[in-house]
Design a protein around this ligand. Structure first.
Ligand code: GTP
Ligand code: MG
Length: 147
């Protein structure tokens, strides 16, 4: 079973889309393991986006993700890193297909509503940047054999 770090970005929070985004992840059959509503610090944002250090949009990225509260989450499921990125849709809005979160709700490229880890290594690092081990809840979902 794989874990991933998903986060409703400030645009998703401001637009009142937390519930609908979480619903899409629940609808897919993923299992929620942790959730936290918070304002990210500058240091936490820079750690989160460490892979983009040096890119010309890095400053803009950190500014955006710290511009308002976010809803940070850990979700679990088989191959969830790949599958959740399919549910989220492509980074650029012109490429994000209808039926995906970004394809259905986002109309402006950097404001693409939700972050999703892109590898197991990123997921582990990103989860540790937002949650302590005891905040990850272990439980069984009785429906899990069907999803
Ligand atoms: P995340 O799930 O947010 O990590 O998106 P991603 O994995 O689909 O894209 P990537 O990691 O390559 O980029 C991270 C985020 O940076 C994107 O979601 C965008 O919000 C933003 N971003 C990517 N490219 C650009 C760019 O050219 N300009 C600006 N301003 N932002 C960008
Ligand atoms: Mg990324």
């Amino acid at each position: 079973m794989e874990r991933t770090f998903l986060m409703v970005k400030p645009d998703g929070v401001q637009r009142g889309l937390i519930g609908r985004i979480v619903s899409r992840l629940e609808d897919k059959g993923f299992k929620l393991v942790a959730g936290k509503f918070l304002q990210i610090s500058d240091e936490q944002a820079k750690r989160h986006y460490a892979e983009h250090v040096g890119k010309d949009f890095f400053g803009e990225l950190v500014g955006f993700i710290t511009s308002g509260p976010v809803f940070a989450m850990v979700w679990e499921g088989d191959e969830i890193i790949t599958l959740s990125r399919q549910v989220i849709g492509k980074t650029k809005v012109k490429e994000a297909l209808p039926g995906t979160i970004r394809g259905d709700f986002a109309a402006h490229t950097p404001h693409n509503l939700i972050h999703g880890s892109d590898s197991p290594e990123s997921a582990e690092r990103e989860i540790a940047n937002f949650f302590s081990a005891d905040e990850l809840v272990q439980y069984e979902k009785s429906i899990s054999r069907w999803t």
